[in-house]
Design a protein around this ligand. Structure first.
Ligand code: FES
Length: 402
């Protein structure tokens, strides 16, 4: 499919269904979108010490994210240099080396070939060792502890790529009383039979809860209200919130920025979602936050009302519930989502339990107006401006001449 044909797929008032269904376009996306963009891979706490690793994907490439002995984070393509077998099958762990299960080629945590059986069986110039190794993903970087990598040798820096979305990561980390967050527990994976764009479009879609979640809203409304002061069950609170009247959704803030990113804000302040600001767990949390930031600083952090932030094209996170979701396209009609729960270091353990409970529970067109930092804001919170923004970024990736 040539660039002119692709340009015709996303028009101001409509999008061709092939964008969500065509296998040939999907293959092209793997090169032009997932092969170019910075992709969020996880968090540094998953590879805290040398030898720590976890496996994930970057588009169609399986990769190993590992901390090398020199302290740097390396992202290695999980494909043996010998005959292409997957070198590491484990989801996560700690190792001194990666050994291919097929014929025993062995690699260091920097991907270099460290040993192989029968090396004399390979002809090579005298004095030269056998080359090769695991392919290194060329660009790796981090922002506030969140790990990113790009399969492209060249492109915008991570800071340029994230732009004003960095404030969402700042909000996430600043909420920790100790100024640090960490992935806790494992990864929750779910697959769906549909295109990868759909889940990213859904996360900031504020019209659907009233309809899609109608039965759970109804069930939550049957629950007796928690006693005043109770730190009530998180799922019930969330489902009640999903049933908020249209005015709430229309007044929700929705911003979009370069590269397809977006975030929802002015939503779910703690007084609305947390039934009891005076509950001891919340009071303990606030006090811990004030010890680091002072009263005004803590109020500023808690007053930040960002909800879902979309890191296009492969991530979505929410700081208020400490959850990161990473989207892995498998085929035009198949997607797997990895969900990670985070602990705010220094916060009461009860808050992490809420994070886990929340993770278990959840899983109108309008024009934008210019806003600060070069962003655009949806005129209303139910705007589809974030979807249009993602498709604009898609078109940019897919039709760039080089
Ligand atoms: S394919 Fe890995 S050692 Fe042969």
């Amino acid at each position: 499919m040539n660039i002119q044909a692709i340009k015709g797929l996303v028009q101001p008032d409509r999008v061709h269904r092939a964008v969500y269904t065509d296998p040939a376009l999907f293959e092209l996306e793997m090169d032009r979108v997932f092969g170019r963009a910075w992709l969020i891979l996880g968090h540094e706490s998953q590879v805290r010490s040398p030898g720590d690793f976890f496996t994930t994907r970057m588009g169609r490439e399986p990769v190993i994210v590992t901390r090398h002995t020199d302290g740097s984070v390396r992202v290695l393509v999980n494909r043996c240099a010998h005959r292409g077998a997957r070198v590491c099958e484990a989801a996560a762990g700690t190792t001194a080396e990666f050994v291919c299960a097929y014929h025993g080629w062995t690699y260091g945590t920097d991907g270099r070939l460290a040993g192989l059986p029968l090396p004399d069986g390979y002809t090579r110039p005298a004095g030269e060792s056998i080359g090769g190794g695991l392919t290194r993903v060329p660009r790796v970087d981090a922002y506030r502890g969140f790990l990113f990598a790009s399969l492209a040798e060249h492109g915008p820096t991570l800071a340029e790529f994230l732009g004003p979305l960095r404030a969402s990561f700042d909000d996430f980390v600043e909420r920790a009383p100790d100024g640090e967050v960490e992935v806790a527990g494992g990864v929750f994976k779910h697959a769906y039979q549909g295109n990868w764009k759909l889940v990213l479009e859904n996360h900031n879609d504020t019209v659907h809860p009233t309809f899609v979640h109608a039965s759970s809203i109804w069930a939550a409304r049957q629950e007796p209200m928690a006693a005043p002061g109770a730190y009530s069950e998180i799922g019930v609170r969330q489902m009640l919130q999903n049933g908020a009247p249209w005015e709430v959704w229309e007044n929700t803030g929705l911003w979009v920025a370069g590269y397809g990113h977006s975030w929802m804000a002015d939503y779910h302040d703690d007084s609305r979602l947390v039934a009891a600001l005076e509950h001891p767990a919340f009071a303990e949390y606030r006090a811990a936050l004030e010890r680091r930031l002072g009263r005004e600083g803590a109020a500023r952090v808690l007053g930040e009302l960002r909800w879902n932030s979309i890191v296009y094209p492969n991530g979505s996170f929410m700081s208020q519930f400490r959850q990161l979701r990473i989207v892995h396209p498998i085929a035009a009609d198949r997607t797997v989502v990895y969900a990670y729960s985070f602990r705010l270091k220094g916060a009461p353990e009860r808050m992490f339990r809420d994070t886990v409970a929340f993770a278990n529970v959840v899983n109108g067109t309008a024009s934008p107006v210019p806003d600060r930092d070069g962003t655009l804001r949806g005129r209303t919170g139910t705007s589809e401006v974030h979807i249009r923004n993602q498709l604009a970024a898609w078109l940019e990736y897919m039709t760039a001449e080089s």
